[in-house]
Design a protein around this ligand. Structure first.
Ligand code: EPZ
Length: 421
């Protein structure tokens, strides 16, 4: 297993281009199952999760053509030849559950392995299943697999989520495009990746309104056609790299960055003493000495502070001036980066869903272990300003969500290298 070695190396300076959003691509790709015409996606990030999704879709009968070094993918599901998404693929990536809605909508039946939990939580899919049942599907759970049938096709329904689940919104949104009648999703997730999916589905002929708000209305249609669609910018990669100069000092321009994708995060940076400026090519973040003011953070569904930036923000607050309290409200176990940051000299107290961080002047490099995607990148960020060497092991987690991370940070002056095991 590869590791990444980071040495504190002073302020950063340069520019980082932001890729297409992993969490948009992972829901756009299953949309190919809704049509027998080709779906072409551009600005696709080059990540292992994308490769896993290509593998999953191919197993269902999709012809996958990868071009331009992975940035363009043509998905052609002329026919679904296999209706079972097997555990050996689904267990590698939970987002595989997003083939359930589209496959059921098009074929009237689908068998998908229950995705296991993961390090950050149990991550059940009960809301996905309840939503599809409300649309007339029969759901049976047998030997770890979801058997979903809708012999006469899905029918429109009004579905109200107890909380704004991103994946459940995406599954129901895709399924509803081919259902008979109108579907209304109440307390829908509002993330930009949902709006990107709706934009793509509309280009395929779907009738969708209200995406980006808490109420999405979908009028089912007979058939969808193919289209070409660019994947929206990755706001989590953007926020991650915005914190690099915050932690290490210096100035970095994030090409393709958009403030509207991260308003709550930018407001929090402003509160901590960091100003973000919009440029012709994206966003610029500058920080004099890498020391910010401690702030309190509560993760919430969009447009609140993203849970996927909580670990990275914690890394920045470890050397802040003052105390910060981070409250994680989305996942039940998303502080696993804390013990690793403590190994680097951070002063963090975790109680249930709250972590209290008391700023120290400097972290010290240490060997640390990545536990999940966002925790691993928070350790890399912490290593940028720590004295000495930080070695982050199990970086396969990183490859799931950050393309060319070492190259992007090294180009801004970071002393960072990947060590193959
Ligand atoms: C998506 O996961 C993202 N993944 C996650 O990003 C992100 O953290 C999360 O949304 C929240 O923003 C992708 O888009 C591929 P949820 P998802 O359904 O859809 C519970 C990353 O690092 N829940 O909004 O699984 C669930 O357990 C990843 O890129 C149910 O109880 O998130 C969690 O506690 C991590 N029942 C909470 O809701 C359900 O049926 C939020 O889950 C569904 C979810």
């Amino acid at each position: 297993m590869d590791s990444i070695l980071v040495r504190g190396n002073g302020p950063l300076s340069g520019e980082i281009s932001i890729a297409g959003a992993k969490n948009a691509a992972l829901t756009l790709m299953p949309a190919t199952l809704l049509t027998d015409e080709p779906l072409t996606l551009t600005n696709v990030p080059r990540l292992s999760d994308i490769k896993t999704t290509n593998e999953l879709l191919s197993s269902l009968g999709t012809e996958v053509a990868v071009m331009q070094d992975g940035q363009i993918i043509v998905l052609d599901t002329h026919e679904i030849t296999n209706h079972t998404a097997h555990y050996d693929i689904v267990r590698k990536m939970r987002a595989s559950i997003l083939v359930l809605g589209p496959m059921l909508a098009r074929e009237g039946y689908a068998v998908v392995s229950l995705p296991g939990g993961c390090a950050i939580g149990a991550r059940p899919v009960d809301l996905h299943l309840k939503g599809l049942e409300a649309m007339g599907a029969k759901i049976d759970l047998k030997e770890g697999y979801i058997h979903a049938t809708a012999k006469n096709g899905l029918k429109g329904a009004t579905i109200e989520f107890p909380f704004a689940s991103v994946g459940a919104t995406e599954n129901i949104l895709m399924a509803a495009t081919l259902a008979k009648g109108t579907t209304v999703i109440k307390n829908a997730a509002r993330e930009p990746e949902i709006v990107d999916l709706a934009d793509c589905l509309r280009k395929m002929g779907a009738h969708i309104s209200g995406d980006g708000s808490s109420v999405i209305t979908i009028e089912g249609v007979e058939k969808l056609h193919g289209t070409t669609h660019p994947v929206v910018t990755d706001r989590i990669e953007l926020g991650t790299y915005m914190l690099a100069p915050v932690i290490a000092g210096g100035e970095v321009e994030l090409l393709g960055g958009r403030i509207d994708l991260l308003s709550a995060f930018c407001e929090k940076l402003d509160e901590a003493g960091i100003s973000v400026t919009e440029t012709k090519r994206g966003l610029k973040v500058a920080s004099r000495n890498g020391r910010i003011t401690g702030v309190n953070v509560t993760t919430e569904p969009f447009p609140g502070f993203p849970t996927d930036l909580q670990a990275q923000m914690m890394a920045a607050l470890c050397t802040a001036d003052g105390t910060s309290v981070l409250e994680e409200t989305i996942f039940e176990n998303r502080f696993m980066h804390a013990p690793e940051l403590i190994r680097m000299g951070a002063n963090i107290d975790v109680h249930g869903g709250h972590a209290t961080v008391t700023g120290v002047t400097k972290l010290k490099g240490a060997p640390v272990m990545a536990t999940d995607l966002r925790a691993s990148v928070s350790l890399i960020l912490a290593g940028l300003a720590a004295t000495g060497e930080t070695i982050v092991s199990r970086v396969y987690h990183l490859d799931r969500g950050y393309e060319q991370l070492v190259r992007k940070l090294a180009a801004c002056g970071a002393d960072i290298e990947r060590i193959s095991a």
